[in-house]
Design a protein around this ligand. Structure first.
Ligand code: URA
Length: 233
């Protein structure tokens, strides 16, 4: 990776800022002052310092993406359509990022992207009970029988059993909040189909108690904070 990109990726500002820092002669690579912004760095191998401070390579990144509807939560779409990782810019796209769990193409909201495989496993495995919360708009309003059925564990029309889930009415008519601890294919949509209702809009609003940042616009992302990481783990 280029030195200016490395410094920028490790949080020292924009690429332009990084070039300014490099130009001022305070950057060393393996003990030698380097003034070329395009000097090659081997991530995790080269020792990069700014003013004598180590700028260590971060092997893992964890991004909160506000996935807009229309993007597949994958790194590739066999049909050539847009995918979530297309939204990631130069700042992080050299990391081999993938989604932790799925979110339907027509759904929007919190998609966690990371290059940390064991972390993905922890987030998606039902045994870890990481809760995911969704806001839904429905064809018809929910009933107290629906809430009891969600609490008892919904059975899909094909017989598949779900773990107990929480269903709460939203403030507007025909809206609700659903909290689940697993991630079966089209799970929330199928849960409502099993209750003879239908999801017309679906947004994931939190994962593991970490809410989707309200300041993020659809398509925008940011790194998870230390506090959010601790909550998730
Ligand atoms: N449930 C669904 O039906 N779709 C999603 O994307 C997530 C949960």
């Amino acid at each position: 990776m280029r030195l200016d990109k490395y410094l920028s990726n490790m949080g020292l500002g924009s690429r332009k800022d990084a070039r300014g820092i490099i130009g001022s002669g305070v950057v060393t690579v393996d003990g030698h002052v380097v003034r070329a912004a395009d000097a090659k760095i081997q991530e995790g191998v080269s020792n990069v310092q700014v003013n004598g401070q180590n700028i260590a390579y971060k092997p893992f990144v964890y991004l909160m993406l506000y996935k807009p509807a229309g993007y597949l939560s994958a790194t590739e779409d066999g049909r050539g359509g847009p995918v979530a990782t297309d939204l990631i810019g130069d700042d992080f796209n050299f990391y081999n990022l993938g989604p932790a769990g799925r979110l339907d193409k027509d759904a929007e909201g919190f998609l966690l992207l990371t290059n940390d495989g064991p972390f993905v496993h922890r987030i998606i495995t039902p045994e870890q009970h990481v809760e995911k919360q969704y806001f839904v708009r429905l064809r018809t309003s929910i009933t107290s029988e629906d809430q009891e059925a969600f609490q008892a564990g919904i059975q899909f029309k094909d017989g598949t059993l779900c773990r107990p889930a929480k269903l709460e009415a939203g403030a507007e008519p025909n809206t609700a909040f659903v909290t689940i601890h697993e991630g079966k294919f089209h799970q929330v949509k199928k849960m409502f189909l099993a209750r003879n209702n239908e999801v017309v809009y679906l947004k994931r609003i939190s994962i593991g108690g970490v809410p989707l940042d309200e300041t993020l616009q659809p398509g925008a992302y940011r790194e998870l904070t230390q506090e959010e990481m601790e909550r998730l783990l």
